[in-house]
Ligand binder design. Structure first.
Ligand code: SF4
Length: 222
């Protein structure tokens, strides 16, 4: 029987494609090509990519055209981040991931942690949010995803309040036997939680976590 070809698997609604410095994660500081997919299934009050929350202004790209654009930037590019919005909302993301992996790119996937990671290839570096209370979407966390997080992946907690900090600390402690990565990031919400207060708390509690300070914003980049 012929396989039914679904066009959605070869096209993506894109908010933006750009080349910049990776600002977050353990790859912070490296040049990186970003593919920002349009649309998100939640609406965090502190979201700094509001333009990507819907597909109203998105452009439809064939996946081959996205790959060609990355290749055109030059062979020194090794790092590609797929982000959003929430990239796992679009089925075509898997075709993009697989083609990039076949071309030997290191692929980072930024995801809000509400949709299943089950079908994301192991080779992808998953940077998964665990939504804290101030997001308003704590109940949307898909906790089964912890089963798909391996030592190369990263967990990110966006901290907007003391309650968020306590939530993140308790979450790590309660799940220490399940969390398979040591790459855990606490990222303060800009203008809501002072980085130096977060640093003091981490030092006081002797947490083995990294502070994420959005290097791209410090550098005034996208
Ligand atoms: S999950 Fe990310 S993209 Fe979606 S609303 Fe929250 S911060 Fe914005």
């Amino acid at each position: 029987m012929n396989k039914i070809i679904n066009n959605d698997d070869f096209f993506l609604k894109i908010n933006d494609i750009f080349y910049s410095i990776q600002g977050e994660s353990s790859f912070a500081g490296y040049p990186c090509f970003f593919v920002r997919l349009a649309g998100c299934n939640i609406k965090c009050p502190y979201c700094d990519t509001k333009e990507a929350l819907t597909d109203i202004n998105a452009k439809l790209f064939h996946i081959s055209d996205i790959i060609n654009e990355i290749i055109t930037y030059g062979k020194n590019i090794k790092l590609v981040e797929i982000t959003g919005g929430e990239p796992l909302m679009q089925s075509g993301v898997y075709e993009l991931i697989n083609r990039l992996l076949n071309l030997k790119y290191t692929v980072l996937l930024e995801t809000n942690g509400t949709l299943s990671l089950k079908n994301v290839p192991d080779k992808v570096v998953k940077i998964m949010d665990v939504k804290c209370p101030s997001s308003g979407f704590e109940d949307y966390n898909n906790y089964k995803n912890l089963n798909f997080i391996n030592k190369n992946d990263e967990l990110k907690f966006v901290i907007g309040s003391n309650e968020d900090y306590e939530f993140a600390k308790n979450f790590i402690n309660a799940n220490k036997n399940v969390i398979n990565t040591e790459k855990i990031i606490f990222s303060p919400v800009e203008n809501h939680f002072a980085p130096h207060i977060l640093a003091d708390k981490i030092l006081f509690d002797k947490l083995n976590v990294r502070i994420g300070l959005q290097l791209h914003k410090i550098l005034n980049l996208k």
